[in-house]
Design a protein around this ligand. Structure first.
Ligand SMILES: Nc1ncnc2c1ncn2[C@@H]1O[C@H](COP(=O)(O)OP(=O)(O)OP(=O)(O)O)[C@@H](O)[C@H]1O
Length: 326
């Protein structure tokens, strides 16, 4: 009997653990046909039935490259041959959405994945992000000066419209997903965007991370991913403290300045951030500078005017409270 290649075993083990922790019911694998999600889908096809789970596959055709529909159909057809059911290709329309093409494609993709989960009664969707993707995310976050939430990288679980988005492979290296595909005779599709130097992530993947590994050793990738895990726990704790402090600071439609002043800066800035989101400021546009201007209304008050927020919103100090300035 030939023994199981270690990469295949590593991917299967990670998937088995994720399925054990997943909400009950069928799950879907989001498969682009790339090495990561192909190895993930193959492992789920093997592990699902042994874990008492129905597992299906969804592949999204963004319609952005010639031949994408045929490729999506081929991925779905492969899924059916390995016993994934349903195994479907879903076409989405990316044009006409706000933001850059990458963000628009991502938004359309997640909408389609969640809709597929609702359609098939699946409580969870598995995504193929690996430890290398996580390390790249942390490096990109460091480079833009992100706080702990950004440095926490991608969460192993995020709930979107009642569907758990799970990332079972965050502790598995990309070399393993490639080796697993090779060992199982699978031919992954190479997304040209992954090598397009127009994308910051592609440049990190091609140059920045390899340079760090060359200078500091291969443990760098694992270490960056570990930093993300540790910060995810810290950020979750701070978010919980901030939620309680926000509730305790409320004063009508505003926030009480004396209550805010008593908070530690790390909690206060999170309270202000969460309140800005509540007022309608879009998360992507809300920066450190916006929150710092609100914070100054509390900690460095000298009669300054309204602090402006994205989307034409504003906050002003009125006596001992911060109020939305309409
Ligand atoms: N077109 C798609 N259809 C279905 N799922 C997708 C699609 N594109 C990405 N995904 C899901 O999102 C994950 C991350 O995709 P992304 O393109 O960011 O990374 P990647 O490293 O290129 O992954 P992969 O090698 O699996 O394509 C994929 O592993 C997959 O689970």
């Amino acid at each position: 009997m030939t023994s199981l290649p270690p990469a295949v075993a590593a991917v299967r083990l990670a998937v088995r653990e994720a399925l054990r922790a997943a909400p009950p019911g069928p799950v879907l694998v989001a498969c682009s046909g790339g090495a990561d999600s192909l190895a993930l889908a193959a492992a789920a096809a093997f592990t699902g039935p042994r874990s008492g789970r129905a597992v299906g596959l969804v592949t999204v055709d963004h319609g952005l490259q010639p031949g994408s529909a045929a490729r999506a159909a081929a991925v779905a057809a492969w899924g059916a041959t390995v016993g994934l059911a349903p195994a479907e290709a879903v076409a989405v329309r990316v044009a006409g959405r706000p933001g850059g093409p990458e963000a628009a494609a991502r938004e359309a993709r997640y909408e389609a994945l969640v809709a597929a989960a609702h359609r098939h009664g699946a409580a969870a969707v598995l995504l193929g992000h690996t430890r290398d993707d996580q390390a790249e995310t942390v490096l990109l976050a460091l480079a833009r000066g992100a706080g702990p939430r950004g440095l926490a990288g991608m969460p192993a679980r995020r709930d979107l419209d009642g569907v758990a988005l799970l990332r079972p492979l965050l502790a598995v290296g990309r070399a393993d997903t490639r080796a697993a595909c090779a060992a199982e005779g699978l031919s992954p599709w190479e997304d040209p965007h992954n090598h397009d130097p127009g994308y910051a992530r592609a440049r990190v993947r091609a140059s920045a991370l390899p340079a760090l590994v060359a200078a500091l050793g291969p443990a760098v990738v694992d270490n960056l991913a570990r930093t993300a895990r540790m910060l995810a726990e810290d950020a979750a704790t701070l978010d919980r403290l901030a939620a309680a402090a926000l509730a305790a600071s409320r004063d009508g439609d505003g926030l009480s300045v004396p209550a805010l002043r008593d908070l530690d800066a790390a909690v206060r800035t999170r309270v202000l951030h969460a309140w800005c989101r509540e007022l309608g400021a879009a998360g992507a546009a809300l920066s450190h500078r916006h929150v710092a201007a609100l914070d100054a209304l509390v900690t460095d008050w000298h009669g300054q005017g309204t602090a402006s927020l994205p989307g034409g919103l504003g906050v002003a100090r009125r006596g001992d409270a911060l109020r939305p300035a309409l």
